[in-house]
Design a protein around this ligand. Structure first.
Ligand SMILES: [Zn+2]
Length: 329
């Protein structure tokens, strides 16, 4: 049986650009996504600081998970990477170089759709290189109080998210998706980030969320029954869909495709990274597989779980230092 993952790596057909505002900095930022060669992965460049230097979009470059995911390497920083990473993952892009002239990815409309749409417009290109896949063979669970996240063996990449809020508008919401480009496009890409209106005010008072407006954040009314945004919600359960979007964007920092079912309950960026750390430290629960073509089918070429090859692929995972993370807010 062929695996439910396209065995080839992909990049964009041509560069695409957009301009927007950083959610927290309020600064204008220009962003370009450029095609990149096989095995390049996703890399970020700060054209305003050090044009030749990059930060790899990988778990071991995560330096902050409060409010948003921030990547860093030496003095370079790029923050709020999750929606763009989700769009790249959702569209199936393995290799791209992303250039920006400020420290924060633009928030656009608060969802992944603007990034997804601009990539769809130019299209993606199949490359002459095969993907490496992290296949889960045993369930791994991470708990943090009542928040929990696990991954179990599954012949596909399935994500289930659940949230439970003590209010009328969100309450308990659960969403499951077998991730592919079409379903990401229709069900997840448009879901926007959200917050309680008094939380947004508190962030403003602390000099954060300076770019946050009703154009890019769902603001939940003080009464907890409605939203302040004139056009209302894009989906009745837009909140959990956005949580799944964030999770997809964070998991993309594993740097390879995944065969497994992720189950997340009440989690945020901080738990996502602690979970990936637990995953990295449990090599008995997964293996790295590589695809090859066999006639019309893609088959597993070999299993490389504890070999040097596995270390080369997931290498940065093993060097990940959780101590780099500040305590979560
Ligand atoms: Zn988000």
């Amino acid at each position: 049986m062929p695996l439910p993952i396209d065995p080839y790596q992909y990049t964009l057909k041509s560069p695409v650009s957009c301009c927007g505002t950083g959610l927290h900095s309020g600064r204008t930022v220009n962003l370009t996504i450029k095609p990149a060669p096989v095995d390049n992965g996703i890399r970020f460049f700060r054209s305003d600081l050090a044009p030749g230097k990059h930060i790899k979009a990988h778990l071991d470059k995560v330096v902050d998970t409060r409010l948003a995911t921030t990547l860093g390497d030496h003095s370079l920083r790029v923050s709020t990477t999750e929606h763009l990473m989700a769009a790249l993952q959702g569209y199936g892009i393995d290799n791209a170089d992303i250039e920006l002239d400020s420290g924060e990815i633009p928030i656009m409309d608060g969802s992944a759709e603007p990034f997804f749409e601009m990539m769809k417009k130019t299209g993606k290109k199949k490359q002459n290189g095969l993907r490496k896949i992290l296949r889960i063979t045993k369930t791994i669970t991470y708990n943090d109080g009542d928040k929990t996240i696990s991954i179990s063996p599954y012949n596909g990449f399935k994500i289930t998210g659940e949230i439970a809020f003590d209010d009328d508008i969100i309450q308990t919401q659960k969403y499951t998706i077998n991730l592919n480009t079409d379903r990401f496009d229709k069900e997840i890409a448009r879901a926007r980030t959200f917050g309680y209106v008094e939380q947004v005010e508190e962030l403003w008072a602390n000099g954060l969320a300076l770019g946050g407006t009703l154009e890019n954040v769902i603001a939940i009314h003080w009464n907890r029954k409605s939203v302040l945004n004139e056009d209302g919600l894009r989906f009745e359960d837009e909140f959990i869909r956005h949580k799944v979007l964030d999770l997809i964007g964070d998991l993309a920092l594993l740097g390879c495709s995944v065969l497994g079912h992720v189950n997340a309950y009440k989690t945020g960026h901080t738990q996502h990274f602690a979970f990936m750390q637990a995953l990295a430290e449990s090599p008995e629960s997964w293996e790295i597989v590589k695809m090859k073509k066999n006639g019309a089918y893609s088959v597993l070429e070999q299993v490389m779980s504890t070999t040097k090859a596995a270390g080369d692929i997931l290498g940065p995972l093993f060097h990940y230092k959780p101590a780099m993370l500040p305590t979560s807010a």
